[in-house]
Design a protein around this ligand. Structure first.
Ligand SMILES: [Zn+2]
Length: 260
């Protein structure tokens, strides 16, 4: 390389680095330094899996900051109209990797589906992202763990997902339990679509146990039926207006009929 071309190369390198760091990066803050480094490593893995799974660009090209938040898992924008960053709150207090992955996977699902949007279907897709990242990380760390401790405990991610699914299924109606046991995903999806009202799927009730169960059961159906992830991402249209009232409107052309 000539000395004349070196500054241009350095400049290009800095430019690429700045581009990579400017948008879509995730940083973990607010934890004790050892745990923060550990969670940062996991957060980078979870974010990579979420993007690779959806195979789309996140609708908002903004840096993501993930912090401990006592009020529970949540995704917010620092400014609703002119956001400069996406803020994720995680309620994991200690080194509980599976819970951290579960919560962060769900919230990064919201990032991929547009943080300004929410409704029961989007919540269910975000829960499917949780289950997916738990399984993918479990598989990866069995053979390519960053350190020995992680490899030994890699299976914990998958078990955490199985436990969450089992609990939701145990509270379902016997008929739905039977259909799931028979792996008839078409009927299970149709049942969930037809019985939405039984699950308190209103804006207010979105965090109720029945609503969470519906989201979990729908997530099971999406994954079992191998629903195409880019297609699931399209359920976030129409894009929300900037008024808060748009946030919870139904999911456009997909509606809940997509479960059928
Ligand atoms: Zn959510």
């Amino acid at each position: 390389m000539t000395s004349a071309s070196r500054p241009a190369t350095v400049f290009f390198g800095c430019f690429v680095l700045a581009r990579l760091c400017a948008g879509e990066s995730i940083s973990v803050e607010g934890y004790e330094s050892g745990l923060q480094r550990h969670f940062q490593f996991i957060a980078d893995e979870v974010w990579r899996i979420a993007k690779e799974t959806f195979r789309i660009k996140p609708p908002l090209d903004l840096p993501i900051v993930c912090r401990y938040g006592a009020s529970g898992p949540v995704t917010r924008l620092d400014d609703w109209i002119h956001p400069s960053r996406i803020e994720i709150g995680i309620s994991t207090v200690g080194p509980y990797d599976s819970q951290f992955v579960y919560q962060l996977g769900h919230e990064l699902g919201h990032v991929m589906l547009n943080p300004r949007r929410s409704n029961a279907l989007i919540e269910a897709i975000a829960t499917a992202v949780s289950y997916e990242v738990l399984d993918q990380l479990s598989e990866k760390w069995k053979t390519k763990a960053p350190f020995e401790y992680a490899r030994v405990h890699a299976d914990e991610f998958r078990k955490y997902r199985e436990r969450a699914e089992r609990e939701a299924i145990s509270r379902a109606q016997p008929l739905l339990q039977q259909v799931i046991a028979e792996q008839d995903w078409e009927i299970a999806g149709a049942y969930l679509a037809d019985h939405m009202r039984d699950f308190e799927l209103t804006e207010k009730g979105m965090k109720s146990q029945p609503a969470r169960d519906w989201q979990s059961l729908a997530a099971i159906v999406f994954r079992a039926a191998k629903t195409d992830w880019p297609r699931l991402a399209r359920c976030a249209v129409p894009e929300p207006g900037l008024e808060l009232g748009f946030r919870y409107q139904d999911a456009g052309p997909c509606q809940y009929g997509m479960l059928r």
